[in-house]
Design a binder for this molecule. Structure first.
Ligand code: NAI
Length: 275
């Protein structure tokens, strides 16, 4: 019960990582406000939470929506924890094809939303004596090849923003950290290709098969894996942790597959065969 008596705001809380985190925080005693564009998903979650979760329609690309969410949560008792998490795939074109609108839309969704979330929550948290902020970045912030260019740049920005915000807000006793999920089975992949409703389950099952073999830990990543890391960073267990990130990727960034799979041929083994 690390969050007994605490109040949290979770963006993108209607689905996937945000939903799992909202449930985890509630399980540990928190009351949670979720902000999301998915009204049906948000209201359904709130309705089944015994009043522990409240939903407010929030489009994080709209600064006024973000401010309204923070003010509503604050008026209901204050904000101790903010999880800036809402997101989607964004513009997919390579840098020599992307247009400025796609670029701007992606940065607004994934980077400006985090900046403005912090901007409008931090003064309210400061007035209560402090708090903890966690931002969702990605393995794509750390290496190429994991996601489209505009998305990856935005997530890299989230990591640096996390460090800068940690220094800006230290004087208010607000810690700021990030989580970098690896390959996690959520609706983000189905949404990226325009698949909605029940059909998403079919897509998710197909993707889970690939995800189980994509990293050293040989199962698909789950939203709950990320929720556990977020709960740690947001809790007093992480009281001496700020301005950093936790990679939760089942080991995906450890390196090439042959470095951990003895059956996978390495470049050096292959060359050796020709000596
Ligand atoms: P998801 O699609 O299950 O959840 C994303 C949520 O954000 C949805 O409820 C969606 O309605 C909401 N959302 C989208 N645009 C919004 C907007 N403009 N305003 C408010 N809410 C909006 O996907 P998932 O995977 O849970 O994504 C959560 C975060 O995790 C995102 O920031 C994503 O980039 C990040 N992430 C996900 C990874 C994965 O493998 N699933 C890997 C690395 C990062």
């Amino acid at each position: 019960m690390r969050f007994a008596g605490k109040r949290a705001v979770v963006t993108g809380g209607a689905s996937g990582i945000g939903r799992a985190t909202a449930l985890r925080l509630v399980e540990e005693g928190a009351e949670v406000w979720i902000g999301d564009v998915d009204v049906a998903g948000g209201e359904e979650l709130a309705a089944t939470s015994n009043g522990r979760i409240r939903f407010q329609r929030t489009d994080v690309t709209k600064v006024a929506d973000i401010e309204a969410l923070m003010l509503a949560a604050d008026a209901a008792g204050g904000i101790d924890v903010l999880f800036n998490n809402a997101g989607a795939g964004g513009a997919r074109e390579p840098i020599d094809e992307i247009d400025a609108d796609g670029w701007d839309r992606t940065q607004a969704l994934l980077l400006r939303s985090v900046a403005m979330g912090i901007r409008y929550a931090a003064p309210l948290m400061a007035a209560r004596g402090g708090g903890a902020i966690v931002n969702t970045a990605s393995i794509a912030a750390l290496q190429t090849g994991a996601a489209p260019t505009a998305y990856s740049v935005a997530k890299a920005g989230v990591l640096h923003l996390t460090r800068l915000a940690a220094t800006d807000l230290a004087r208010h006793h607000i810690r700021v950290n990030a989580v970098c999920p690896g390959f996690i089975i959520t609706n983000i992949f189905a949404s990226a290709i325009g698949v909605e409703g029940e059909q998403r389950t079919v897509v998710n099952q197909a993707i889970a098969g690939i995800a189980a073999h994509a990293q050293p830990v040989q199962r698909a990543g789950r939203p709950e894996d990320i929720a556990a890391a977020v709960a740690y960073l947001a809790s007093d267990d992480a009281a001496f942790v700020t301005g950093t990130h936790i990679l939760v990727d089942g080991g995906m960034l450890t390196g090439p597959r042959h470095s951990w799979d003895v059956d996978a041929p390495s470049l050096f083994d292959t060359l050796e065969a020709f000596r």
